[in-house]
Design a protein around this ligand. Structure first.
Ligand code: FEO
Length: 158
């Protein structure tokens, strides 16, 4: 049975993942509005993935005999100054999530909670991949600059 402290931390993190889903859906809506369907589709998929991440926490909490306690989801931002700003904020957000996962791992190790530590390892790997994917898109956006043709190509690629 996991500690109350660990259970509370996992419930808080479930909220962070669902908030991530909501944030990326808001980013998708921003791109839909600009008729950039490729970018919008990319963020819609990210949004679905984040919801699934939240559901992994939901499943694990239940499996280990804890109770899921859902909290309010904060309203995400709805407008950005540029495409680059959207991706810079996505990168910052993913780094924030990575820091939270690392903190959860630290807590699980401190409590010798091996089951939770093992559950969290999937997220440790996932975060490496997610940060790398966003960095790759930022690199491409830097190369493209103000080139509309390049932007069109990247939208199609995504
Ligand atoms: Fe589930 Fe992108 O962190």
């Amino acid at each position: 049975m996991m500690s109350k402290k660990m259970l509370d931390a996992l419930n808080n993190h479930l909220n962070e993942e669902v908030y991530s889903s909501y944030l990326y859906l808001s980013m998708a809506a921003y791109f839909e509005d600009k008729n950039l369907k490729g970018f919008a589709g990319w963020f819609r998929i990210q949004s679905q993935e984040e919801y699934m991440h939240g559901m992994k926490f939901y499943g694990f909490i239940n499996q280990t005999g804890g109770k899921v306690n859902l909290k309010a989801i904060a309203a995400p931002k709805t407008n950005w100054k540029s495409i680059m700003e959207v991706f810079e904020e996505t990168l910052a957000h993913e780094k924030h999530i990575t820091a939270l996962i690392d903190k959860l791992v630290g807590q699980a190790m401190q409590e010798k909670d091996y089951a939770t530590n093992n559950f969290l390892q999937w997220f440790v790997n996932e975060q490496v991949e997610e940060v790398a994917n966003v960095e790759e898109i930022i690199n491409k956006l830097e190369m493209i600059g103000d080139n509309k043709g390049g932007l069109y190509m990247l939208d199609r690629e995504l």
